[in-house]
Design a protein around this ligand. Sequence first.
Ligand code: GCU
Length: 427
Amino acid sequence: MYQRIALMRNFCISLLVGSGIFFQPIQAQDFEPNYEEGLVPSYSLPDPLLFANGDTVTSLEEWNSRRQEIFKIFEKEVYGKSPEWDGELEAEVLFVNPDFMDGKATRKGIRLHLKRNGQDLPLDLLIFYPNTRKSVPAFLGLNFYGNHTLATDSQVVVPTAWIRNNETMGSSDNKASEAGRGKRISNWPYEKIVARGYGLVSLYYGELDPDFDDGFQNGVHGLFPEESRDAASWGSVAGWAWGLSRVMDYLETESWLNSEKVAVLGHSRLGKAALWAGAMDDRFALVISNNSGCGGAALSRRQYGETVARINRSFPHWFAENFNQYNEREMELPIDQHQLLALMAPRPVYVASGVEDRWADPKGEFLSCVAASPVYRLFDLEGMPVSSPPAVNHPEMGHIGYHVRSGGHGLLEYDWMQYLDFADLHF
Ligand code: GCU
């Protein structure tokens, strides 16, 4: 069906081109995405436990080498290589409020300065933690529209970094405004998180790397002006992921926190970043992907919903240039996304989908969890406890967790409740 639509469109576009009315280049994203299970091509996935030379992994020691092999492929072909951090990190305390939530919590604002090469990249962290517990486990996640969207009062300032325009979130001319204040509290239910005994640390992703194609001049890439870029250099997803590690560098100095119990979490493009952060940095003890889709938890070979070609053409700055080699050639990828999940082992990883979020391929995200499980079994751990997709709103939690909830694309309270249960189980 979708091939037919594509052919018809192609034909119409050719007619228009022929008549001189239409002169846009024809690109994959102009065609309807495939949402029919019957049109998913047959494929076989690369085996995470088979070395490139065909040898089988039989021990944890061999897995460590194979893990390295897989990691390097993702680095070179998908996300791009991030530099070692050789700069300085300075923390400026903006405010500390120990009487937050009627004294049940502390809310803190920290401005981190990433300093290198005479440059200073400021990152504002918004931190909540319960006052009733010592050595607190916490969630760390990037937000889409600024820390002020997680606060009702003006102690939390509106960011000045570039921001995507969104009327509801109060941003226009690529600037955030007061109109966005408090608008994302339901997506970051800090009162409930704190009540369950967890901390929450969030920062605006655009402070790490503004989300537009600027030739990698600004944000974290701009801290490395001497870097000569090639087809395997880091894109924005890797920039956001790398930034999460710099936040972790700082969090290790916070005395309220148990830094061995930090879960990294992200939604959508930031879910892709959370997964890559978890792969690069094993200080993230638990990793959560919320509706991350293509280039995140979903299998690329299924070509369901968003495809590699579509994502690369719509967001040319997100991945390494090398990833373009696999546009419409998913079967040639030396890896698939289940191997990204496997890089977390033996740490727990959770993948969540929304049943109406077909663009992110909920089933492809689930199958990815199943295909990552043999690596967990090597550690004598249960990966994904079931092999067919669970019913809507029926989470499954082994060392890999998964749910598909009702509704579409979004980070909702239902998702958070499962992440809290999963963290209770493993922390
Ligand atoms: C687009 C993009 C997705 C991404 C999403 C988001 O829909 O195609 O890959 O996950 O934006 O970040 O919200």
